[in-house]
Design a protein around this ligand. Sequence first.
Ligand code: IMP
Ligand code: MG
Length: 173
Amino acid sequence: MEILIPAERIQSRVAEMATDIARVYNGKPVTVVGILTGCLMFTADLIRRIDLPLRVGFLTASSYRGPTTVASKLIIRDDLLPDISGRHILLLDDILDTGKTLTRVVAHLIDRGAEAVKVAVLLRKIGRQEVPFEPDFVGFTIPDQFVVGYGLDFNDEYRHLPDIAVLQASEPR
Ligand code: IMP
Ligand code: MG
């Protein structure tokens, strides 16, 4: 597989993002909410570098099936999430693609009583967005290719790779 972003570059960019985030929140307590499972490594690496009073929780949002499937019905499960009412939420996702997932999850968190929601994504794909949505923090902007590694999967495989790589259409799946 062709490596698009090597592990060392991910690490240094995540560190920069943590610094930006701490500056924006300026000492205010934040509840980090990760969208499983893709957020796994991004969350673990980012929160260790965020110098703020911090709580962390997770939810799942499933709809995406593969490179050709369009996200339609999104199922959000948040039964493992701590109480978020009145909290300032920093929502984390691995990648902003069409924007549907994040738009719906932000609305869901506001619905559940969050005071405010900011969004940090590790990756943002160019030319794929279908709904207007502006994340507050973006790690890398990438071309319209299907990527795996550092939490990102294809059919739940490849998440454990330390780099982000391009999954070729011809790759065995
Ligand atoms: P959206 O709702 O279309 O923005 O989709 C976001 C979700 O689709 C992400 O959280 C990923 O789980 C998945 N996704 C989108 N593009 C890719 C990719 O290139 N590789 C792996 N997963 C992807
Ligand atoms: Mg995902």
